[in-house]
Design a protein around this ligand. Structure first.
Ligand code: ZN
Length: 304
């Protein structure tokens, strides 16, 4: 056993956090929880509701400003020891709960957590580290109502492996509903759909008409001319295969439908809403050709 692990193990059984629920169990928080979860069970509403069992931990949380519980000196030392050993990353891994009796509005909660276990150093996808498990007992009026075991991994973050090759752009998802569009791209034709019943043009490709529901359609070739309806310039977060800054536009085609793609041919900072653009088919890597929209000649400074 390593020195560090021996020191970590010494904290097993020590107190972690203890405190008192910020609010007694109450109808408003139960209602908000059920709305967020989409749980319409009558047990949680009406004259004599109970709290959903899975809300157990919610009653122990302090909210944005904290303040529901006090972390023990032992727990703070354990976490500092792990930080000092390079395990500065933390991720929650799992939680097990046991319910003794339902909580009801008016119940006042107290809770006590102990450091149940610290694992030996393990290798994980995030890096090597130690799993720290705490076990919290929750009481109402001194009576045990439930417990939960909560496990976190304190790990030493590893930089992602260096890539020799530039990563490829994400691949489009081609399915039987939109395969015709990608067949068009391969032939350098920008294809949109026209409903055979009402004539409405549509994009992206869908199996039925959004106006009349008709499932019959014809592919028609768009001219490729359009204008910038809206756009964003991406600086952050970094996405592999893309070099920021780059522009992503919502292009309104001359035919009236809108399409999202990159805007090329102008400094991202000079792109403006309303700029005229034309489609160009660009091979972005060996296996992928995409319709991008290039700002039309002489329009680079339009609107600026
Ligand atoms: Zn239609």
């Amino acid at each position: 056993m390593s020195d560090l692990y021996e020191r970590l193990k010494a904290y097993e059984g020590a107190p972690a956090v203890s405190g008192r629920g910020r609010d007694p169990v109450n109808v408003a928080m139960i209602r908000h929880w059920c709305e967020a979860m989409g749980d319409t069970s009558p047990a949680y509403a009406g004259e004599d509701p109970v709290a959903p069992a899975t809300m157990l931990q919610a009653w122990t949380l302090g909210g944005l400003t904290g303040g529901a519980g006090d972390r023990s000196a032992a727990y703070a030392e354990l976490l500092a020891l792990l930080d000092g050993a390079g395990c500065t990353g933390v991720v929650a891994t799992d939680c097990e709960q046991e319910y003794v009796r339902p909580l009801r509005p008016g119940d006042v909660i107290t809770f006590d957590a102990v450091i149940e276990s610290v694992s030996p150093r393990k290798a994980t996808g995030l890096g090597t580290g130690h799993f720290v498990t705490t076990r919290t007992e929750i009481r109402a009026g001194g009576e045990l109502v439930g417990s939960h075991r909560f496990r976190v991994l304190k790990y030493a973050p590893e930089p992602p492996p260096a890539r020799e090759e530039r990563p490829l752009r994400p691949r489009p998802v081609v399915n039987r509903d939109n395969a015709g569009f990608w067949d068009g791209v391969a032939a350098h034709r920008l294809l949109i759909q026209r409903c055979e019943a009402c004539g409405t043009l549509r994009f992206p490709w869908l199996p039925g008409c959004g106006c009349c529901g008709c499932a019959r359609w014809t592919a028609v070739e768009a001219s490729g001319a359009g204008t910038v309806h809206s756009y964003v310039v991406m600086h952050h977060p970094p996405v592999p295969a893309f070099d920021p800054p780059y522009a992503v536009g919502l292009i309104e085609l001359a035919e009236g439908v809108r399409m999202i793609s990159n805007i090329t041919g102008a400094e991202p900072g000079r792109i403006r809403i309303g700029m005229p653009v034309s489609v160009e088919f660009v091979r972005v890597d060996e296996g992928l050709e995409l319709p991008l929209f290039r700002v039309r000649e002489g329009c680079e400074a339009a609107g600026s």
